[in-house]
Design a binder for this molecule. Structure first.
Ligand SMILES: CC(C)(COP(=O)(O)OP(=O)(O)OC[C@H]1O[C@@H](n2cnc3c(N)ncnc32)[C@H](O)[C@@H]1OP(=O)(O)O)[C@@H](O)C(=O)NCCC(=O)NCCS
Length: 146
């Protein structure tokens, strides 16, 4: 039997149905999107969406609001701890991450620290988002997309 293959690629409008199912079922508590928002994100006018698939099965996504600014990375709970989050961040190549510190699954700041990001000291007014910045070669965009 062949090894499973992880692919990271840009999301496209055709990904709307599987991505909606993924967000609605697996990530509802962490990532609520209003109607139409996902389709708008996938059109790519104001967002970059990256999708992680294992043998074609959607297992994670990353969302940037503009090049270099990551606002979310989400990996299906059953696939965490396998390096998928890291691959998504490295492929997206952000210089800045808006880290949501109050995720239902726990505080993700140690994950970003592990990837070489450090707190900038900036927070939102509510105090649940902290801006992290890449240091050195952290999360550099690789030459291939998988
Ligand atoms: C945070 C999240 C994206 C990490 O994805 P993942 O695929 O499980 O992470 P990886 O397996 O790629 O981990 C990469 C490294 O970070 C470490 N890491 C991951 N999560 C960690 C955590 N919560 N605390 C400490 N270290 C962590 C891993 O051990 C690994 O270290 P290694 O390189 O020494 O092996 C995933 O847990 C998730 O979807 N969480 C819920 C949503 C969330 O919090 N998103 C971020 C919002 S801004």
């Amino acid at each position: 039997m062949s090894e499973p293959v992880l692919t990271i690629r840009r999301g496209e409008p055709d990904d709307l149905s599987p991505l909606s199912f993924f967000c609605d079922t697996a990530l509802r508590r962490d990532y609520f999107l209003r109607r139409g928002q996902l389709a708008e994100m996938l059109r790519g006018d104001r967002h970059e969406v990256y999708i992680a698939e294992i043998d074609g099965v959607l297992v994670g996504l990353a969302v940037l609001t503009r090049p270099g600014r990551l606002v979310n990375v989400l990996v299906h709970p059953a696939y965490r701890g396998l390096g998928i989050g890291r691959c998504l961040v490295v492929t997206a190549g952000p210089r800045e991450v808006r880290v949501k510190t109050d995720m239902s699954s726990g505080d993700p700041r140690p994950f970003y620290r592990r990837l070489g990001f450090r707190p900038s000291g900036e927070r939102n007014a509510r105090g649940n988002i902290e801006v992290f910045r890449a240091t050195g070669a952290a999360a550099a965009r690789p030459s291939t997309s998988s």
